[in-house]
Design a protein around this ligand. Structure first.
Ligand SMILES: Nc1ncnc2c1ncn2[C@@H]1O[C@H](COP(=O)(O)OP(=O)(O)OP(=O)(O)O)[C@@H](O)[C@H]1O
Length: 270
């Protein structure tokens, strides 16, 4: 499915957080949303998903305006991995992942064998089958995050929106989640998903994104390939930090290195 936004304005009540935002993401593509804290990434995501009404403009899926879509239709199209939070759910890990299947059956009907199979497959795929029987309130923040990603996979959406999906994950799980996200977009024999994710780590964009959207000052400040958008002047302008953008490894993937950070810290300590 092709996700496109046109001249979108978003915010809370009277407060407009961002405006004039337009971009498109095709099936099989990964879009990475970058921008400073409080820049409006989560608000934009909630507006894409229909959790907040647009303050102006349009969100389209395959050209169709989603404004009149029912919650069920949205749930069949969009999977959402929210920013990690505890949440007071009286579930096991498996129960939480099964929640992702709700749109595929009536809210009050018991999960079918196919729902259980989708939940088990998602738990296996993310390597968290050991969380199936664990109490949601007694697992770690990173384990919850992995379970929320499994929930979105079990849902089998066409458009997947992930808000800082790696924020509370250890290094290994960060890499595993990013690999899964890229694989979901690439598709396995069929059409891949349309993926939008946010992060505060530019390397993640270099690693898996086709396009980067930079949200800054309530505007879409840049949109393009990671290499075109993530540059030393941009990082200085948006984050006020001096970085070097350098290629590493055999494939020359770029990373952002803070320039002189150790020197500055040592100078302060002395
Ligand atoms: N429920 C709310 N009501 C009113 N304002 C809000 C609400 N939630 C967030 N905001 C404000 O909207 C702005 C955008 O917040 P948002 O959470 O979208 O930013 P973000 O880019 O996702 O930030 P971060 O990178 O820190 O997660 C901020 O100024 C924030 O304080």
């Amino acid at each position: 499915m092709r996700l496109s936004v046109e001249d979108l304005a978003f915010g809370y009540g009277e407060r407009v957080v961002g405006a004039g935002v337009g971009f498109a993401v095709a099936a099989g593509e990964v879009l990475c949303l970058l921008g400073p804290n409080g820049g409006g990434k989560t608000t934009l995501f909630k507006t894409l998903l229909g959790l907040l009404p647009p303050r102006g403009g349009r969100v389209r899926v395959d050209g169709e305006d989603t404004a009149g879509w029912s919650p069920r239709r949205r749930a069949l199209a969009f999977g959402y991995v929210p920013q990690a939070g505890a949440g007071q759910f009286p579930f096991t890990g498996r129960g939480m992942v099964l929640m992702g299947r709700t749109a595929h059956r009536g809210a009050f009907s018991a999960p079918a064998a196919s729902d259980h199979a989708a939940a088990e497959a998602a738990l296996e795929r993310l390597g968290i089958a050991h969380l199936a029987e664990r109490d949601w309130l007694r697992i770690s923040g990173g384990e919850r995050q992995m379970a929320l990603i499994a929930r979105a996979l079990a849902q089998a959406p066409r458009v997947l929106v992930l808000d800082e999906p790696t924020a509370s994950l250890d290094f290994g799980n960060q890499v595993r989640v990013l690999e899964q996200v890229r694989r979901l977009a690439d598709g396995a024999g069929g059409e891949g998903l349309t993926v939008v994710f946010s992060t505060h780590h530019p390397e993640q964009a270099f690693a898996i994104a086709d396009r980067v959207a930079l949200l800054h000052g309530g505007r879409l400040a840049r949109f393009g390939t990671p290499e075109a958008v993530i540059t030393a002047p941009m990082m200085r302008e948006v984050y006020g930090t001096e970085v070097e953008v350098v290629p590493v490894g055999a494939d020359g993937m770029r990373v952002c290195l803070p320039v002189g950070l150790r020197r500055a810290v040592r100078a302060q300590v002395r």
